[in-house]
Design a protein around this ligand. Structure first.
Ligand code: NAP
Length: 318
């Protein structure tokens, strides 16, 4: 029987579906796989259902040619932890779970826009600490969100879902920067340079994939172009934003705030960020809703089913 390794505990529905089709082993550990465990898994299982943190690097695949494993069905749309070219060279297919994550992640982007602009985290901390002295006309004045301008970096599925929420929900003007030219179905304008985009918006939202091509693209130059009243939101991957440059910009008051869901060295978050009031920090909650995680898992299992049935892969990553 086809043997599958699922590298983390999963919602019950996902496990039931996987177990109805395969001989499944589920790791009872939420820590990422270590290189030796990944090599062992490639040798022992026909397919692996890995996720964020399982760093399937070129070194891990180096001796994998001819190994038992034929497919990595990633749980998640982001696959920058897998060296896809090295997997291909070892004859291993890679799939992901696009679409299932789109709305939930866009919702978290809006959560961060609102929390950062309206100082929600800071206000909650103040109240819980017993420091709230009561309403007054000048208490904790934040920035208005409705009618402002949002700049989206990476106008893919999630970028467009954020744009729709900003346009229809908050009457915002939508500008965006994207690798290729992209037409979308709401009023929005593509801007040719990321720095030029940064200078024109009240909220700059990163929604590109992680990896070498996007590493640090929100760096010192882009942050310097932002308006002092603007906020940066990152729901993409931590390394898309130059964390040290962001800390400098916040410390020097060159931008008003930041809302982050992802970090360069997760789960490590710089202490200096954790101490700043003008920063909203979420623990990578983008897709953290039961039905979303179920949909992601079922999609990954469907990719495994299709692969071993010889059907066309629903979500191949190239
Ligand atoms: P997607 O549909 O593939 O969209 C990515 C967009 O980014 C595409 O429009 C792409 O442009 C653009 N892009 C890629 N490289 C670029 C570059 N160097 N410069 C400018 N634009 C670039 O992916 P998605 O489903 O929206 O997901 C986006 C990312 O969000 C994922 O890869 C993942 O890392 C992250 N994510 C985070 C969470 C979370 O929990 N916080 C949850 C889900 C996803 P083209 O049109 O040229 O391809």
């Amino acid at each position: 029987m086809t043997r599958i390794l699922i590298t983390r505990p999963m919602p019950a529905r996902v496990l039931a579906e996987a177990e109805s089709q395969f001989e499944v082993e589920v790791r009872d550990d939420n820590a990422p796989l270590k290189p030796g465990q990944m090599r062992g898994a490639l040798a022992l299982y026909d397919g692996i259902l890995p996720t964020l943190g399982d760093m399937f690097s070129a070194e891990v695949f180096a001796d994998a040619e001819g190994s038992r494993c034929r497919i990595l069905a990633n749980f998640g749309v982001g696959y920058n932890h897998i060296d896809v070219a090295a997997a291909r060279a070892a004859g291993i297919a890679v799939t992901n779970t696009p679409g299932a994550v789109t709305d939930a992640t866009a919702d978290i982007a809006l959560t961060l826009i609102l929390m950062s602009a309206r100082r929600a985290g800071e206000g909650e901390r103040m109240l819980r600490a017993g420091r709230w002295t009561g309403w007054n006309p000048t208490q904790m004045l934040g920035s208005h969100v409705t009618g402002k301008t949002v700049g989206i970096v990476g106008m893919g599925r999630i970028g467009q879902a954020i744009a729709r929420r900003c346009h229809f929900g908050f009457g915002m003007e939508v500008l965006y920067y994207n690798r290729s030219e992209k037409a979308i179905d709401i009023p929005a304008r593509q801007v040719a340079s990321l720095t030029a985009l940064a200078g024109q918006v009240d909220f700059l939202v990163a929604a590109v994939p992680g990896g070498p091509e996007t590493q640090g693209i929100v760096g010192p130059e882009v942050l310097a172009a932002m308006k002092p009243a603007a906020h940066l939101v990152n729901i993409a991957r931590g390394d898309v934003v130059d964390e040290a440059a962001l800390i400098d910009a916040l410390r020097e008051g060159r931008i008003a705030g930041a809302g982050l869901d992802v970090y360069a060295r997760e789960p490590e978050v710089p202490e200096v960020l954790r101490k700043m009031e003008a920063v909203t920090l979420l623990p990578h909650l983008g897709t953290a809703a039961l039905e979303v995680r179920e949909a992601m898992g079922l999609m990954a299992v469907e990719n495994l089913r299709a692969f071993f049935a010889g059907d066309e892969l629903p979500n191949p990553v190239n």
